[in-house]
Write a protein that binds this ligand. Structure first.
Ligand code: CP
Length: 303
């Protein structure tokens, strides 16, 4: 792989390679240690949309590997605010850095710049499209918990229409023969194109709008935020917000873990935070070893 644009570009063996690499790097990620694997390398970070975890974990990962970062968070801090195009901005990053990360509100933005620059491009979220590095850390979290992915029963819950993390994750879980339930209001179902691709690959899934239908059967409850910023009409958002509330009463006595790419708004009650069900903060931490594995290999052109 030259770039990390979509999880669809990965074969199962590529994903397994990154998960194994991440396991080797987890010790450095957890320690005060640094390696010199990427000494002298610069990562360019173009965050046109807000981010806490993705941006900070990429930056931490690069620094743990001995490299450095340049970039901006919010286009108002760059010359984009003066009217500079995405293409010209990308060329400047290409001139200054060894790899680029981009988060943008437009689906296809990462693919667009990967076609015009020669350095590796990593998609850190393109609108409602994909978030492939999130998927790799999601899979890592599941594997750390269960020591396998195959055969697990995973419910993806919430905004399956606009949520880019579930668009990537559904493909990857399909590759690993997990069984999936897609739990959403009718208005926020998984896109038809994704369903079509999954069916074509004989992936097992079913759709429902009732969490109670699946709660007793699942190993992983993967919750997502309703993506307010992607609704064309705020009134539509107001009708749907709060569609699912995951609280301790719902999961008590069940044999499952709760994951969430974060940020959460109100879909997971804080009464789960101090229980065994909470894996969402650990999941966010795993962004570091997994992104270390991605950076190390993409910059050194090894996968
Ligand atoms: N999961 C995730 O992408 O979080 P941020 O938006 O904070 O980067």
């Amino acid at each position: 792989l030259n770039d990390v644009i979509s999880i669809k570009d990965f074969q199962k063996k590529d994903i397994e390679f990154i998960l194994n690499e991440a396991e080797n790097l987890e010790k450095i990620a957890k320690s005060q240690e640094f390696s010199d694997e990427l000494a002298g390398k610069i990562l360019g970070m173009m965050f046109f949309e807000p981010s806490t975890r993705t941006r900070l974990s990429f930056e931490t990962s690069m620094k743990r590997l001995g490299g450095n970062c340049v970039g901006f968070a919010g286009s108002s801090a760059s010359s984009v605010s003066k009217g500079e195009s995405l293409a010209d901005t990308s060329k400047m990053f290409e001139a200054y850095s060894d790899a680029l990360i981009i988060r943008h509100s437009l689906e296809g933005a990462a693919k667009f710049i990967s076609d015009i620059v020669d350095v590796p491009v990593i998609n850190a979220g393109d609108g409602a499209g994909q978030h492939p590095t999130q998927t790799l850390l999601d899979l890592y979290t599941i594997k750390r918990q269960f020591d396998k992915i195959k055969g697990l029963n995973v419910a993806l819950v919430g905004d399956l229409k606009y949520g880019r993390t579930v668009h990537s994750l559904a493909y990857a879980l399909g590759m690993f023969d997990a069984q999936m339930s897609f739990v959403s209001p009718d208005e926020l179902k998984m896109p038809k194109e994704t369903l079509h691709d999954l069916k074509k690959n004989n992936v097992k899934f079913h759709e429902t709008n009732s969490l109670k239908d699946v709660i007793d059967e699942i190993d992983v409850l993967y919750v997502t935020r309703i993506q307010k910023e992607r609704f064309p009409d705020e009134e539509e958002y107001s009708k749907i917000k709060g569609a699912y509330l995951i609280d301790h009463d719902l999961v008590k006595g069940k044999d499952l873990i709760v994951m969430h790419p974060l940020p959460r708004v109100d879909e997971i009650s804080t009464d789960i935070d101090n229980t065994k069900y909470n894996k969402y903060f650990e999941q966010a931490f795993y962004g570091v070893p997994v992104r270390m594995a991605i950076l190390k290999n993409i910059i050194k052109n090894k996968f």
